[in-house]
Design a protein around this ligand. Structure first.
Ligand SMILES: Nc1ncnc2c1ncn2[C@@H]1O[C@H](COP(=O)(O)OP(=O)(O)OP(=O)(O)O)[C@@H](O)[C@H]1O
Length: 330
């Protein structure tokens, strides 16, 4: 309005021509459009700058446990030893693991039992090299874990954590995550082994179904099944499962347990953290961790005696339903 008013006066006074005024108006409109577009994208731009700062911060992070080793032998046996391992979380005085010594031999299925807070998940995290022990050593085939190439270790030691992490990608990509070019047949075979194939094929896009942020579009049991399929697809020498069957339905649970026990039979070392004494009873050895210490270990028929020492764990740590033997004395 201002331009029209002022421009009209200039035209009336003969200072500018009508054509010049119209041309000016057209340019001004184009200029306004551009400014509008820029203003429209400004919030997106500031958001992108904020996000990229986080990304660069993340990329600049230095791992506390530096991946320095180079060993990557072709003939790994999968013999894991923990020698007098102590561990305290940063900023906490009280050690969570207090001199844990443990052995996991190739072909052996070991069940790790213990009340909540005993340090079972911490022990698993140390084997995954998410933390360094404060004292003591972890050896794989007689060599300290840090001596191995990090990517090699990730492939040879597969860990299914208590709460598996899925990515906002397809089921195929989640199962074959980190392995690159796994074929659909390999992925399907792994899913079948843990009873996940049925629920996957019932989804509208099957293996191409996106699972949403952190796998939010799947149930807890389905996420666990996908994580176990992911671990099996790696064909690891050591398989570690942390409370893996807690959210599975009975049928999948049985199938997964069968698969785990068979994994031991095929020469892998299997460590399963479980609160279910019925499952522990099918392992070759049971280790009981309590208060960060190995309280007792031995064959299931000795450790899981019915005289009740383990019964006072209460809650989830207590041997679960279907248990016959749930005791033992240290
Ligand atoms: N990130 C952490 N920082 C500090 N302390 C931790 C951390 N994670 C676990 N802890 C502590 O370490 C102890 C052992 O925890 P951990 O998760 O290893 O036990 P758990 O035996 O796996 O228990 P659950 O059966 O409940 O999973 C607990 O006292 C817990 O509070």
């Amino acid at each position: 309005m201002g331009i029209l008013y002022y421009g009209g006066q200039l035209v009336a006074a003969g200072t500018v021509s009508t054509g010049d005024l119209v041309t000016f108006l057209l340019y001004q409109m184009q200029f306004t459009d551009v400014v509008e577009v820029l203003l429209h994208y400004y919030p997106t731009l500031t958001k992108a700058v904020g996000s990229s700062e986080k990304i660069f911060e993340f990329l600049d992070r230095e791992p506390q446990v530096a991946p320095s080793g180079t060993m990557a032998p072709h003939d790994l046996q999968g013999h894991l030893q923990l020698e007098d391992v102590w561990f305290s979380y940063p900023g906490r005085q009280e050690p969570v693991l207090k001199g844990v010594s443990l052995e996991l031999r190739p072909g052996e299925v070991v069940a790790l039992l213990g009340p909540p807070g005993a340090g079972k998940s911490t022990l698993v995290a140390l084997v995954s090299r998410l933390h360094q022990p404060t004292a003591g050593r972890l050896l794989l085939d007689g060599h300290p874990l840090p001596a191995y190439q990090h990517s090699y270790l990730c492939r040879q030691v597969a860990v299914v954590p208590q709460e598996p992490l899925l990515f906002a990608r397809s089921l195929h990509a989640n199962i074959s995550y980190g392995l690159g070019g796994s074929s659909r047949a390999q992925v399907t075979a792994a899913a079948r082994r843990v009873g996940a194939h049925n629920f996957i094929t019932r989804l509208p896009q099957g293996y191409d179904t996106e699972v949403g942020e952190l796998g939010g579009q799947l149930s807890g049991g389905q996420r666990q099944a996908v994580a176990i399929a992911r671990a099996l697809l790696r064909d690891p020498r050591i398989l570690i499962l942390d409370e893996h069957t807690s959210a599975l339905d009975t049928e999948s649970q049985q199938q997964v347990e069968q698969e785990i026990l068979a994994a031991g039979g095929s020469g892998r070392a299997v460590l399963m953290v479980t609160g279910r004494a019925a499952l522990a009873a099918r392992a070759q050895r049971v280790v009981v961790l309590e208060g960060g210490e190995v309280r007792l270990q031995g064959p299931p028929h000795e450790v899981l005696r019915p005289d009740g020492l383990l019964q006072d764990w209460g809650q989830q740590g207590a041997p679960g339903e279907g248990d016959r033997g749930s005791g033992g004395e240290g």
